[in-house]
Design a protein around this ligand. Sequence first.
Ligand SMILES: Nc1ncnc2c1ncn2[C@@H]1O[C@H](COP(=O)(O)OP(=O)(O)OP(=O)(O)O)[C@@H](O)[C@H]1O
Ligand SMILES: [Mg+2]
Length: 220
Amino acid sequence: MIHLENVRVSFPNPGGKRSVVLDLPKWDVSAGRRIALRGPSGSGKSTLLNVLAGLLVPESGLVQVAGVKLSALSEVERDRFRAQNVGFVFQAFHLLDCYTALENIELGAAFSGELPDRERAEFLLKSVGLIDHAKFFPRQLSTGQQARVALARALATRPKLLLADEPTGSLDIDSGKRVLDILFQTAEQENITIVCATHDLALATHFDASVSVSAGRFQP
Ligand SMILES: Nc1ncnc2c1ncn2[C@@H]1O[C@H](COP(=O)(O)OP(=O)(O)OP(=O)(O)O)[C@@H](O)[C@H]1O
Ligand SMILES: [Mg+2]
């Protein structure tokens, strides 16, 4: 599902020089695997997720996701690829305030150019345990409930790859575990590959593998 080779990302720092923030010689993840991405703040976890989503193009190296070479695509093609293949759960959720929980999930599909799928949205809202909150707006939901809606939205398009950036970061241990359980259940049924950045060591142990990132490199 994921194949990286000699991927390098650097950003200009305020001093005018460039700092390398990601430097990965090789990384492969097969379909259906669930990978936790760990590492201190600033180590490059979000940068790697952005590269995998095709939101950030590395200055060199090969990025292949679901058999597609992202570097060979134009920006429009990358957007389309992402819409059709990748689900993304942002740390801050980014739910749309003026749409209900159910509409937010339906819009997940609409943004990828598919017809809104009410049935799928209801199925997902049910699986995250919030069907009774379908008509609630994000501001009327608790943080944990918003996390679950964000997860359901990311799954709305039936992605092959789900990328999650600290999806349980603002939740207590039990709620975090519950969100993870829901994610794993759906992922198993639909053979979804997961890469999830998390600070939470206890949570990371529930994944198939945990990869440590330090200063943009994988630690052995
Ligand atoms: N647009 C940018 N311009 C310059 N530097 C950037 C940019 N985006 C990220 N960086 C740098 O890249 C490094 C890695 O950032 P990244 O957001 O990937 O870390 P992270 O592991 O996700 O951290 P956290 O756990 O705090 O979310 C940081 O040192 C950061 O300053
Ligand atoms: Mg981050």
